[in-house]
Design a protein around this ligand. Structure first.
Ligand code: WTA
Length: 644
């Protein structure tokens, strides 16, 4: 096995090194990535570094190479540093004990889980959905899937039975891994009951249940199994060997909302994803081998996959997993955890920062935070006030903030400063990582002539446009599960030859990128991506609703709030609407404001004029000329009755 190197030879250590590395990565991308990939453990090396064609799209990295990502994330560290802590775990309830899992223990646990999965007939290529609390067993189970070559699909704990059923069916999952329940703050969520309701509508061969809270739950004979009972029957002495995977075999599916219809199953593959999450983790956070790293995300989202699990573990890091929420039992929780474990890198979301900001400065009383070296943010544009508060009160003006822009589809961070190496700038994600070639498309659908990511060519004007990426990187989406055409349509047709991000962006004269938010009908509510079409479908399923339009508006804590305009016959209440949304999608998509209207502004071709509704929802009266609408009179009525 390739020895693990704790000096991280591919970590960039100065701004000039960043500039040189960037130039090299765009002039010789294949040579650049091959050199990085060389530092992993492969059973067989690749025949070619990269084959691609963005029209189909076909994207193949390290084709012909054989590996298992868990050997890189676990075995090689368990061999060289068996007693190093891989996973730190802090429970929801601070009076419960925390846990420390070393690399040697992680290997054993993942092996046990792998054996349990195999004992239920699960193997390479099978899909397994996970609906679990943020406990170490979730990490074990995810990694166990990867170890045996099963494709994991983690479902966020806030989704409803109907959303779970959609995902389980779309992935044709063979098994589900869940737990009895989870405490989120003071609230209990009965995970197993939710799974039972979701399975009324679809079938799986096995439900494996981990007993987190010692609840009594109903177990369906022949379908449901306690993990503890399955594992008891097995001989656990020998470590379960890792399945040898092709570099382009799928590693996982993660569902994410788009602008139309149902969520898409974004597919990531083994080799490229491993190389990219490792490289971006080390460089953005400037992780050093003895650091303690804490990402507050949930593993149900891509941030948890890439930057709680795969990125850090592939670097032999100590990564902290937190079961609870930022303000339980008090808004000091993140700071107490930081002090307790001497956290060096803290990675969180603007929505968490804003919600803590609103709790006053007493939360810092009695906390020290002097272990912190780097702060990170992800998920949505961070506003100046939140950035400054984070910098001043959390980082004590000593810590660089990495504003990391990326997406479920990109697998890892694409645009960000590198902590302490390249400059941070409030509200700017700043510069592309090596290997990433962003460009801006103007409103005529053409690439801004000055937008290429050539750092030596200074721009003298600000550029604004839609953000695309011109060249593949190893961590990018390969397909949408079961619907390659949708992958092509969504990401590769708007600007042929480019990957389209769905985000708007501008670039200033320092060549720094600032992401301005989605340009499609996707909302970003507390860092969660929610498609307006999904919410509208849920609202339209309410009794008495005829039609609806859902719009995002600026919200002081959530970033975006959800505003629904509804045409109905008879009565419809906000709570009825939100109950329906909770049933169909989950509580994360609940509407903040509901307005009943007699009509929706439409173009002569029948399209809803969302631009006008967006203005009204934001309290702006400047929507311009409405006279070309089919029903201009409705606009004044909507404005008059708007919900403030
Ligand atoms: C937004 C989360 C501004 C963006 C990793 C993107 C951001 C969407 C940032 C992806 C950032 C993420 N600054 N906007 N630093 N990071 N976004 O798939 O609109 O849950 O398209 O991935 O979040 O959300 P997703």
């Amino acid at each position: 096995m390739q020895a693990a190197n704790t000096n991280y030879p591919h970590k960039i250590r100065s701004e000039s090194e960043y500039n040189e590395t960037y130039q090299r990565s765009v002039t010789d991308p294949r040579g650049f990535w091959a050199e990085i990939a060389d530092h992993f453990h492969w059973h067989r090396k690749w025949d070619s570094v990269l084959d691609f064609n963005f029209d189909e799209p076909k994207i193949e990295w390290f084709k012909g190479a054989k590996l298992n990502i868990t050997e890189n994330c676990i075995d090689r560290w368990a061999k060289s540093h068996p007693d190093k802590v891989a996973l730190l775990w802090e429970p929801n309830d601070p009076s419960e004990s925390h846990r420390k899992i070393t690399y040697a223990q992680l290997l054993q646990e993942v092996s046990n889980w792998a054996k349990v999965l195999k004992s239920r007939g699960i193997g390479k290529g099978d899909r397994v959905c996970l609906y679990m609390p943020m406990i170490p067993e979730l990490a074990f189970a995810v990694l166990a899937c990867a170890r045996i070559g099963a494709i994991h699909s983690v479902i966020f704990g806030g989704f409803s039975p109907a959303s779970i059923a959609d995902r389980v069916k779309d992935a044709s999952a063979k098994a589900i891994i869940t737990a009895d329940s989870v405490m989120r703050g003071a609230k209990k969520i009965a995970l197993k009951d939710i799974i039972d309701s979701s399975l009324e509508d679809c079938t799986v061969e096995a439900v494996i249940v981990f007993n987190r809270n010692k609840d009594t739950v109903e177990m369906k004979e022949g379908r449901d199994f306690w993990y503890s009972e399955l594992v008891e029957r097995l001989d656990l002495t020998a470590i379960e060997p890792a399945e040898v995977m092709d570099s382009e075999d799928p590693l996982f599916i993660l569902y994410t909302s788009g602008s139309t219809g149902k969520p898409k199953g974004v597919v990531h593959t083994c080799g490229g994803y491993m190389v990219y999450t490792n490289y971006s983790f080390l460089n953005v956070f400037q992780y050093e081998f003895d650091d303690v790293y804490f990402c507050t995300a949930d593993i149900g989202w891509i941030t948890g996959h890439s930057y709680i699990l795969y990125g850090p573990l592939s670097a032999g890091a100590t990564t902290l997993m937190f079961e609870g929420i930022p303000n339980y039992p008090s808004p000091s929780r993140f700071w107490e955890i930081t002090d307790k474990f001497k956290v060096n890198q803290l990675y969180t979301a603007p929505t968490a920062i804003r919600s803590l900001m609103s709790c006053g400065l007493d939360q810092f009383k009695g906390t020290d935070l002097s272990s912190l070296k780097v702060l990170g943010t992800v998920g949505e544009p961070i506003n100046k006030e939140a950035w400054e508060w984070y910098f001043k009160y959390v980082g004590k003006e000593q810590c660089p903030i990495v504003d990391t822009w990326w997406q479920t589809e990109t697998g890892g961070i694409l645009i960000s400063n590198l902590a302490g190496i390249t400059k941070h700038k409030s509200t700017y994600a700043t510069k592309p990582l090596p290997g990433i070639r962003p460009a801006l498309m103007n409103d005529k659908g053409h690439r801004h002539p000055l937008s290429q990511a050539n750092l030596s060519k200074a721009n003298t004007q600000k550029l604004q446009g839609n953000l695309v990426v011109e060249f593949p990187w190893p961590g990018m989406i390969r397909t949408v599960w079961g619907d390659h055409e949708r992958c092509k349509q969504t990401y590769f047709s708007a600007y042929p030859g480019n990957y389209f991000t769905g985000d708007g962006c501008f670039k200033d004269t320092d060549q720094d990128y600032r992401i301005t938010g989605r340009v499609d009908d996707v909302l970003n509510v507390s860092g969660h991506r929610i498609g307006t079409a999904e919410v509208e479908n849920a609202i339209n399923a309410c009794e008495n609703v005829i039609e609806s339009a859902v719009i995002g508006y600026p919200h002081p804590i959530k970033g975006e709030g959800i505003y629904a305009y509804i045409i109905c016959q008879g009565e419809v209440t906000q709570s009825a609407v939100n109950d329906k949304i909770k049933d169909i999608i989950g509580p994360i998509a609940k509407c903040d404001k509901v307005q009943l209207v007699s009509g929706l502004p439409k173009t002569r071709s029948g399209k809803i004029m969302r631009r006008i509704l967006r203005k009204i929802a934001s309290g702006e009266k400047s929507w311009g000329d409405a006279s070309t609408l089919l029903n201009p009179e409705v606009v004044d009525e909507i404005w008059k009755n708007r919900v403030v």
